[in-house]
Write a protein that binds this ligand. Sequence first.
Ligand code: I22
Ligand code: G3H
Length: 951
Amino acid sequence: MTASHTQGANPLQALAAVQQSPWLDFIRRSFVEDGSLARLVQTDDVRGVTSNPAIFQKAMGEGTEYDAQIKSVLAQEIVSPGTLYEKLAVQDIKTAAHVLAPVYEQTKRRDGFVSLEVSPYLARDEKGTAHEAARLWADVAEPNLMIKIPATPESIPAIRETIAAGINVNVTLIFALSAYKAVVDAWLSGLEDLHKKGGDLSGVASVASFFVSRIDGKIDAEIDRRVKAGDKNADGLQALRGKVAIANAKLAYVYWQEIIQTPRWKALAAAGAQPQRLLWASTGTKDKAYSDVLYVDNLIGPHTVNTLPPATMDAFRDHGTVKETLGTGIDAARHVLAEAERFGLNLEGVTKILVDEGVASFEEAFDGLLGSVAAKQKTLLTDKLTDIKTALPEKLEKAVQDGLDDWRKNGTIRKLWNKDASVWTGGEEAKWLKWLDTVDERLAHVAELESFQAEVKARGFKQVLLMGMGGSSLGPEVLAETFGKHEGFGHLYVLDSTDPQQVATYAKKIDPANTLFIVASKSGGTLEPNIMLAYFHDLAKKALGEKVGSHFVAITDPGSKLEALAKKEGFWKIFAGEPQIGGRYSVLSNFGLVPAAASGIPVKLFLEDALRGVRMSDASVPPAQNPGVLLGTILGVAATQFGHDKLTVIATPQIADFGAWLEQLVAESTGKHGKGIIPIDEETLGGPKRYGTDRLFVYLRLAPEHRHEQDEAIATLIDAGQPVVTITLHSKRQIAQEFFRWELATAVAGAFLGIDPFDQPDVEASKVETRKLTDAYNKTGKLPAEQPFAEHGPFAFFADKTNAAALKGDSAEAILKAHFDRVKAGDYVALLAYIERDTATREWIQHTRLKIRDTKTVATAAEFGPRFLHSTGQAYKGGPNTGVFLQITADDAHDLPVPGENYSFGVVKAAQARGDFDVLAERGRRALRVHIRGSLKDGLAELAKAVHQAV
Ligand SMILES: O=C(CO)[C@@H](O)[C@H](O)[C@H](O)[C@H](O)COP(=O)(O)O
Ligand SMILES: O=C[C@H](O)COP(=O)(O)O
C-alpha cells in the first residue's frame, strides 16, 4: 500500500523516500465514511490524521451529517452536550483509526495514528489532563490512537504520566525550543518510568507538534508594525519576514538529532523504545505573499511528520518539492534567529504569547463547538426541554452578552461546577453546592423512593400532611398545587403557619387515623415544624394510640434533634437530607422527592425531567447556550447595572405556585448586604403604565394551557420596552427542569451581585428576637407589653420611634397616607399579613396591593407571616433599603395550645410578628404595623378602605 518508489510518484507519495510522513490535519464524518480518507491513504500514502477542537468545530458545528448518531444517542440517554460531543468525536476517531490500521501494522507501529486532543479547558490542569488522557484512551480503545496534550508548563508532568501509562502521546502547541526541550525530557522520563515498571516500550509512540506558521504570523506582524513606524532597522527587519518560524523549527530538529545520540536515549532505544518524532503543525500558509507550500518544502527531513490541512496537501501534491531541507542551512537559521534577537524581536516572548493564544483559541473553538452541539441537541429534543426567549432593551441585551462573554472567557461555569468558591466571595460557598449533584445521586437511589411510594399506596392513606417551613415546605407546596391529587394516593396538604386558625383549618381537612404526616426540617430545630409536629402528633395519638409513630415520617439532616425524636417516637421512616444542600436548594433532594413520592408523583420520570435540565446547564455548555447561566446573567446584569431588580413573575395559572418557591430562592439567596433582587410574585398583570423602570418580567408559560390574554399582555409590555424573559414549559412535569435552571441561575446572579448566595444572615435575626419573646412568655405567662403610637377604630398602630415620628396623623387614613407618601419610584411596598392564608384573605391582600401598585406605580409584594420569614423576609431585612412595609396583625378569634409548652400558637405568631418588625425597624426600614382588633373580616374591610383613601 505504501508508495515505495519515488519515480512517477507525486510529491506526497515521494515523501516516504526521505522518511517524512505526511499526515492529514483534518477529519469529518462524511470524509471518512465516503472513503475519501481511505483514498488518500491508499493513493497518496498519507499516514496519519490529526484533529483538534477547531477541526471538530468545523465538522460538527454545521450541517446534518452527525444528526443520525445524535438522534440515536438522545433516544437512549440523557446526556450533556459535552458527553454528546465526545461520543461523536470518539466514533469519528475510531473509524479513522480503522482506516489507518493497516498503515499502523505495515509501518510496525510508527505511523498510522489518529490524534484526539484532551479538552482545551484542562490545558492548565495537570491532574485533569492526565486523567482525561487515560479516560479518552480507554474510551476510544484503538492502539493507533494518539492523545494530544498541549505543552503548557502545567501539562508537562501529565505528558510524562501519560507516556508512563503506555499511552501514545502527541504533544501539541509547541512553539519554543525551550518548551520542546521540556517536552523531550517529559517523554524520556515517561519511558523510563514505564521501563522501571517493566512495561513494553516498543508500543508507545509519540510526536512533538511544533507549530510553525503562527510564529511567522506574529513576528511578521511586528516587523510590519515597526517598518511602518519608520524603524531604523527596517531593511534588516524586512529581510527576516517569513524566515523566523522555519529557522526555529530547524534548530528544534538539530536538538532532536542531538538527543538521539545521548546515552539516555540509547538506553531506552536498546530497551525497544521508538523515538519521538517532530511533527510540523500549523503548516498552512497564512500570508498570501508566500508560497502555499512554504512550510512543507522547507521542513522535509528524515524521521519527521508534517500534518497538512487539506488545501496545503493538495498544493503540495500539485507543486511541492521533495528535497531534504530540514538539516540544511542550519548556520543561516542560527543567523536569522540571532538577527531577530539583535533587532529585539523577542522570539521567546512571542512563543509564550502563542501558547496562551493557542490555548485560548482552542478553548474558543471548543466553546463554539459545544455551543453548536448544545443548540443541535436542543433542536432535536424539541419539547423535551423548556425554552427561553428574551426580549430585552438594547443596552441591557448588550450588557448581558458582555456578561456571558466574560463568563465564557473566564471559564466561570466550569469553576462553578468544580465547586470553586472564587466564583462568589471565596468564602464558604463550596460547602453548599451538593445541589449540583443531587439529581444524579437521587436517581441512583430512586428504587428507595419508589419502594416508599409503593408502601404508601399499599397503606391507603387518605391524606398526606407535610409540616415544614421555607425550603422544607415551598417545594412540596409547588408539587401539591401543580400536580394535585394522584389516583390511589392521598391528597398532599402543606402546612407552613403558626396561625392558630390556619392550623385548625388543616386539622379539619385531615382524618388523623388515615393520614400520613411528614415533618420536614433540615436543621430539625426550627420552631414552627416542631410545634406543628407536637400538635398533630398529639392529635394523631388520640386517633391511633400507640401505633401513632407508624403514621409519621421525618425528613431531616443526619444527626438533627428531629432525627433523634423520630427515632424515639418510632416514626415509620426517617429520610436523610444532604447537609451540603441549603433548604431553598433542596427541592430535588429528599425534601421535595419524599413528598413527591408520598403523593404519587412518578419520581423517576420527575427526576429524569430534572436531569435534562441539569445536563443542559452543565459545565460543558457555554454561557450563551447554558439555560441556567443565561438566565442568571440576565438577572444579575439587569439588577446590578440597570436597576431592574424587581423580578416580576407571571405564570400560566396551572403552574403559578412555582413563584412561591422561586421567591424564596431568589430573595434569600440574593437579598443581603444591602444588595439583592426582590421577587414580586402573583401580582396581577397590568398594562405598561402600571410599571416603573425597575422591573424584570419572567413569564413562565405552560404551552398546553397558555392563555391568549396573558400572551397578549406580555406582548404589550415588550412593545412598551419592558425587559421580558419568557420560559416555555411543554408539560407540568418540566417544572423539575425549571427547579434546576433557577437554582443555577440564582447562583449565577449571586456571582454578579458579589454575594454568597448560600447564606441567610438576616433570617436568624428575627428568629433570635422571636425566641427572646417566647422565652419571656414562658417565664411570665405573657408577652412584654407594647404601646401603640396611635389607635383609631379597630386599629392600633405600632412602630419604632423613628417610624412613629414620621407617621403623624389623626386618623387611620392619615397615618397610612403618611406611610405610603414615603414611597418613591424604584421602591416596593410589601404587605406582611400574619393572618390565616385562605381564599378570602388572599383576595383581600391581592386587591389591596394592586390598589397601591396602580396608584403609586411601584412593585408590590403580598406576603403571609410567618411563612415569608423563611423566604422573602431575608431580602426585606438584608436587601436594598427600598422596601416600605405594612405589617398586619390581628387578634386571634381562637387560639390553639402547643402541647408541652406554656405558649400557644397565637403567642408564637405574635412573637414572630414582633420579632420581625423589630428587626425591620432596627435595619432602618420604613415599617408600620397595624393591629386589627375584633372581627378580622370587618377589620380587613376597613383597612382596605383606609388604604384606598391613603394612596
Ligand atoms: O494536531 C495537530 C498538531 O498535533 C494539528 O491539528 C494542529 O492543531 C494544527 O496544525 C494547528 O492547530 C493548525 O494551526 P493553524 O494553521 O490554525 O495556525
Ligand atoms: O428554608 C428553610 C427554613 O428556614 C426551614 O429550615 P429547616 O428546614 O431547617 O426547618
